[in-house]
Design a protein around this ligand. Structure first.
Ligand SMILES: Cc1cc2nc3c(=O)[nH]c(=O)nc-3n(C[C@H](O)[C@H](O)[C@H](O)COP(=O)(O)O)c2cc1C
Length: 332
């Protein structure tokens, strides 16, 4: 069973933190599909300290999402510690996660994200400084290394453990790889065998069967799913079911997909406002539409929608068309 500090998850399936995606609207929806743990999108330590409005809104957590892990990022000890302390005292997050994997130059230039991967001593120092001042469990999400020549995953994970970190999530790619190539699960196994804290494996889990294979082959305590859950919370439900019963559930129908997409939209409107939510929802809608036959023209039209009603009408009409097609395919 996946247990981080004193927080027990009801299953080992974890929704990955994804910037611009994992806000409360999406997380709650994924939670309702059975995720053991949901992770929030990364939040800047400086934003937290300055208490800027947009950042403060990112700290909102609905009680129904819990257990939840809230991820912060930063490059300097003082600001990271202050931000962690704020999250510890002022949010209902269960776990504080530190980002050590973000590959984008804007972040690594500030010595944050994946930049830490080059220096296990810095990891120890930063994580220890945070665990010293907070009472919630602290975890770290990292990539396996900076590039092929600097893969310090084992040393880095050990540094987290020594510093009082309560779990590590490991994405089996280097910073230089970004999202290219295949995630290396061997290194995930190596890390699992090198530390005593829980390890969550991450990278290229695209099907429920992949999740089981990762758990079996690497021995990890949890399996983290990112891209496969975009517009597809069923991936989480199907994975939980597969792990629990061995049952392979079918894909959702077009109507089911659109209904959940509209629920997600309404939650996003409640969280932000209609104008922002509809714009943000365009990318999600394209993900929900993936795999439904004949979706190309609707995906284009989605990008022109400005209001909830326009988007909802477009998607509902398309779902009806697609349902008729599904029925005629089955009949034929
Ligand atoms: C749109 C997007 C945003 C992401 N944002 C974050 C983030 O905020 N923090 C983080 O640690 N990882 C982030 N990641 C990386 C994912 O958490 C995960 O490690 C990666 O996608 C590999 O897992 P997957 O193969 O299941 O997608 C992001 C990935 C994507 C696709």
């Amino acid at each position: 069973m996946l247990k981080i500090g004193n927080i027990e998850m009801k299953n080992p399936v974890v929704l990955a933190p994804m910037a611009g995606v994992c806000n409360s609207a999406f997380r709650l929806t994924v939670k309702e599909f059975g995720a053991g743990l949901v992770c929030a999108e990364m939040v800047s330590d400086k934003g937290i300290i300055l208490q800027n409005e947009r950042t403060m809104n990112m700290l909102y957590i609905d009680e129904r999402e819990k257990p939840l892990s809230l991820q912060i990022f930063g490059g300097e000890k003082e600001s990271l510690v202050k931000a962690a302390s704020f999250v510890d005292k002022n949010t209902n997050a269960d776990i504080i996660d530190i980002n050590m994997g973000c590959p984008v130059p804007k972040i690594t230039k500030c010595d944050a994200g994946a930049k830490w991967l080059l220096d296990p001593d810095k990891i120890y120092e930063m994580v220890a400084a945070v665990t010293d001042v907070v009472s919630k469990p602290v975890t770290v999400k990292m990539r396996m290394g900076w590039d092929e020549d600097h893969i310090y995953a084992v040393d880095n994970a050990r540094a987290v453990e020594r510093a009082g970190g309560q779990a590590v999530a490991l994405h089996g790619r280097t910073r230089v790889q970004m999202y290219e190539g295949q995630a290396n699960w061997d290194i995930i196994k190596e890390v699992k065998e090198s530390v005593n804290i829980p390890v969550i494996g991450n990278g290229d889990v695209q099907t429920p069967q992949d999740a089981k294979r990762m758990l079996d082959e690497t021995g990890v305590d949890g399996v983290m799913i990112g891209r496969a859950a975009l517009g597809n919370p069923w991936m989480i439900y199907r994975t939980v079911r597969y792990l629990e019963t061995g049952e392979s559930m079918g894909e959702p129908t077009a109507k089911e997909k659109i209904n959940v997409c509209l629920l997600h939209l309404d939650r996003l409107i409640a969280l932000k406002n209609e104008n922002i939510a509809v714009r943000e929802m365009r990318k999600h809608a394209a993900w929900y539409l993936k795999g439904i036959r004949g979706n190309a023209h609707v995906r284009k039209q989605v990008n022109a929608c400005e209001t909830r009603d326009e988007l909802a009408t477009l998607l509902t009409n398309f779902a009806e068309e697609a349902t008729e097609k599904e029925a005629s395919t089955q009949a034929g």
